[in-house]
Design a protein around this ligand. Sequence first.
Ligand SMILES: [Zn+2]
Length: 168
Amino acid sequence: MNKIISLEDALEGVLFLHSETGTEGGYWAFQDSQFISPNTTRYSCKKCCLYWDKETSPSTPPIVERLFNGLPDYCSPNDHEFKLICKETWDYKGLHILENGDYLTIYHPKKNKTVWSGVIALEQHPLFTENASGFWIHADQIGIERDVWAEYFFKGYHAKLVPAKEHK
Ligand SMILES: [Zn+2]
């Protein structure tokens, strides 16, 4: 018996290729919008790359003294030029690595129409054997060209997700 999947309870979010130290390649993934917030606290210096989180130290940047080849490696405290390191903060709680049985609907970023909709069915590959535009990938979605699929993730298309465990 097929259960009808309702998009009303779907999570809304953004697609991306999730990769970090230890993942040995990228996973097709979804970030829940509820866990995306504007970055207002994390800065780095344009000149020396010193990192400053205003949440942990609100009034002054960290003072770091380090020499490199006999010269200071960081600007002196008054010479920094801080800028926000990124526009958004993505909380891990919103990360969903796509898995078989997830129900996904992908929307074109401008036309706001559905470009793909269906159930995730991944064909897994051995480590470091397959890539998309030079990025190692773990799997292909069955039934769609890899480059077409990858573009949705590289370009951060919007999507709705009903995780497999919620509609089984
Ligand atoms: Zn600096």
